[in-house]
Structure formats: C-alpha cells, structure tokens
Design a binder for this molecule. Structure first.
Ligand code: FE2
Length: 411
C-alpha cells in the first residue's frame, strides 16, 4: 500500500510512504506504485506518529455528576466525589465507560495510553477490569496501567499491600501520591515503598507528585533523588508537579540540578492543572501548571496529558490531545513560532519517551506502520484551526477515520 504526498512531522517536502505487511517498508519522495499496489493520495496532509496519552484516569471517565457534581472545582472535592462514586463500581460499569473512552481516543488519533487506576479499593474492581481490557484492545490501542493509590500508600488501610497486589496482578507501573499522605514523613516513606516495589517487580514508576499549590510540597526532590540513586532514571515519571509553579526561584535553581541528573520524565496536565489550581487564591490567581518552558529548556522530557475525561476533576474533558497542547502552550507562555510548530512533540515523541516505548515508536522504515493523518499541511495549522485526525493507521490498517465538517458562510 502506498500513501502519497504527505508532510511527515512538518517537513515542507512531500514524501510517500510504502507499507508492506504492516511495516513501514519505504519512506521517500516520488515513489512509484508497484503493479497492483493500492494507492491513497493524501494530497498535502500532515502525517504524525500516533498520539500518546501519557496521563489519564480511565477508571473514573464519564462519572461527572455521579452521584454529585464537584461544585468547588477543587482536587479534594473531586476526590470526595470519586469516593462516593467508587461505591457504585462494578466490572460492567467500568467496562462500558472505558470502552466508550478508548473509542473516542482512537478517533482522536491516540494509540498509546498510560492510565492510572485507583487501587485503593479492597476489591480492585477497576484494576481487574482494565487489565482484561488491556489485552482485549491491544490490536487497536496500547494501554499501560499505573497502580495508583489515590488515598495514599501509608494513609489508606493496607495501602502498601494493595499496591504490591496490583503490581503482582500485572500493572505496568507503581504510583504514589506523596502530597496526599497524612504527614511529610509518610510522604517520603511512601516514595521509598513505591521505588522498592517497582524495583522488586521490574516496573516503571509514575508518581502523582505535588499536585497542590503548596510551595512547601516537595515530593519532587525525593522522587528525582531516588530516580538518580537507584539508576531507574527515565523509567520514572513525575506527573503534575504543580507545586513547582509556586516554588521560589532560588529553590528551583538548586532543584533543577537533580532533576536533570535524574533523567526522569515530567507530565503536565494543562487543562486540569489550570482548572483545579489556584482555588485557594483570591487575586492574583495562580495558573498552577508546572514549569514546562523551563524544564524543556533544560533538556528535561516533558509531555502533556488530559488527566480526566468528563469526571469529577474535569467536567469538560474530551480526550483530545489537541486541547491539552492548546491549553499547555497558553498557560506556559509558549506561543513562539517554533514552540507552536514543535508542540506536537508533547503528545507524540515526548509522551512516547515517558511511556518508555523505545525505538519501536515513530515513523521510520522497519517500524510498525502506525501513524495518523491530520487535515492540515503542518501542525501549526492543525492546532490553530482545530483540524481533525482524518485517519489513524495501525500496522497499516485503518482503525479510525473522521469526515471533516464543512461550513458554508452565506455572504
Ligand atoms: Fe492524575
């Protein structure tokens, strides 16, 4: 199969892509069709590697308003709402909601997802269900599961045991939530446990780290130091790190050294960070997104996630990576021309690095032919005009397609 006339990752030159047996066979300009070869002419459209959702909670998706709405818009009322909704969890309920979410994600060109699943549940209902679905859906979407202790490892009954059980059941990564533990001592010790268990079972780590506007919340320095000292480095991710928005600059300068040495990844969730953050402020109100611009400038790997899809923490979450990038660029003061053009990396290459996908991810000869086609000739236009993902290919097969809407102005 030959895909003609595409701009790969903003390349101004048009290229052709030949796919054979689900693999990128040849990528070059001016390829001629072979005898009997199917040809699709994408006439000046943008081709990117599939979008990667590096932080989302599939277990909580589509639960906004059940049993009640988060009226304060705070992280903590969201956690209270979820605690009530969690009482209603069944495998069938989880399955229906996750099936809906992954199909919306597929339509948006997402083929890799890292989902955090709340394991502070003695029955581990959501984890068991999503583990099953990870296998069932693997031909269409890769689901990576973080065992996420929503209420803490040490501040929830048998939190450590539940985390260990979740890893034994097959979760891909260990989580932690140091800013939600009862004490600073618990916070540090919970991270020690997280690293100990991840190493014991050979898992990745993704910590909900300092998701609070408290400038004294300093789990990040511990995560970075453990990532460095254990040698786990880029197997470790710190999600949110919103307190870093509020740290004083003198501290950040000192902190940045170990962040760079650690080699760890960072995930910002721009829509949710801006929505949940600054809630205790009068004016000025903090925007509460971590220092994406500065971390990027220092060479740290940063990706963007959505965090939530229509749940107590984001009632407008819609699983669009475009929305995460759009908000991230605005909140991060990153609307320079090059920053806009390159911003697709936050939800493709950088996010793939966070998920530890390695060289198998990306548009290059010999890799699985996984790619998306956008209705624009470059990412600037795709982002600016909110153009849809026309097609998502997985191993060369079309798994989702969108017909662009057409507007007719009558004057
Ligand atoms: Fe999260």
């Amino acid at each position: 199969m030959l895909f003609k006339n595409v701009h790969i990752k903003n390349d101004t030159e048009k290229k052709d892509i030949r796919v054979e047996d689900g693999i990128f066979k040849q990528i070059a300009a001016g390829l001629e069709p072979l005898a009997g070869e199917e040809v699709v002419d994408y006439d000046d459209k943008l081709v990117l590697p599939p979008f990667v959702e590096s932080h989302v909670h599939l277990d909580t998706c589509f639960t906004a308003g059940e049993p009640r709405w988060n009226m304060s818009g705070t992280l903590f009322e969201g956690i209270d709402c979820w605690e009530e909704r969690k009482e209603m969890l069944t495998k069938d309920d989880v399955r229906k909601r996750v099936n809906k979410a992954v199909r919306i994600q597929a339509g948006n060109g997402i083929q890799h997802v890292r989902t955090h699943v709340d394991i502070n549940d003695p029955k581990l209902t959501a984890l068991e269900t999503i583990l099953e679905m990870r296998d069932e859906l693997k031909d269409y979407i890769d689901i990576q599961i973080v065992a996420f202790p929503q209420y803490g490892i040490l501040s929830y009954p048998k939190g450590k045991e539940l985390l260990e059980t979740a890893l034994k059941m097959g979760a891909d990564a260990a989580g932690a939530i140091p800013h939600f533990e009862f004490t600073r001592e618990y916070s540090v010790e919970s991270l020690n446990i997280c690293f100990e268990l991840a190493q014991k079972y050979g898992k990745l780590i993704d910590v909900h780290c300092d998701e609070i506007d408290d400038e004294a919340s300093r789990g990040l320095e511990t995560v970075a130091t453990r990532a460095y000292e254990t040698g786990m480095k880029d197997m470790v991710t710190a999600s949110h790190t919103t307190a870093m928005h509020s740290y004083n600059n003198a501290y950040v300068i000192r902190l940045m050294r170990i962040l760079k040495m650690s080699g760890m990844n960072f995930v910002a969730n721009p829509c949710v960070n801006v929505h949940l953050g600054g809630r205790t402020d009068t004016y000025p109100k903090r925007r509460s997104m971590t220092r994406v611009k500065e971390l990027t400038a220092e060479g740290c790997n940063v990706s963007f996630g959505n965090d939530d899809i229509f749940d107590p923490w984001n009632p407008l979450g819609n699983a669009s990576m475009r929305d995460a990038v759009f908000m991230g660029l605005y909140a991060g003061h990153m609307l320079g021309y090059e920053e806009i053009c390159n911003s697709y990396k936050f939800v493709t290459e950088n996010a793939a690095k966070t998920l530890h996908l390695g060289d198998k991810y990306g548009i290059r000869e010999g890799n699985e032919a996984n790619f998306v086609v956008l209705d624009a000739k470059n990412y600037y236009d795709a982002l600016c005009y909110n153009r849809p993902v026309l097609a998502s290919y997985r191993k060369g097969s079309l798994i989702a397609a969108t017909e662009p809407e057409k507007t007719n102005v009558k004057f």
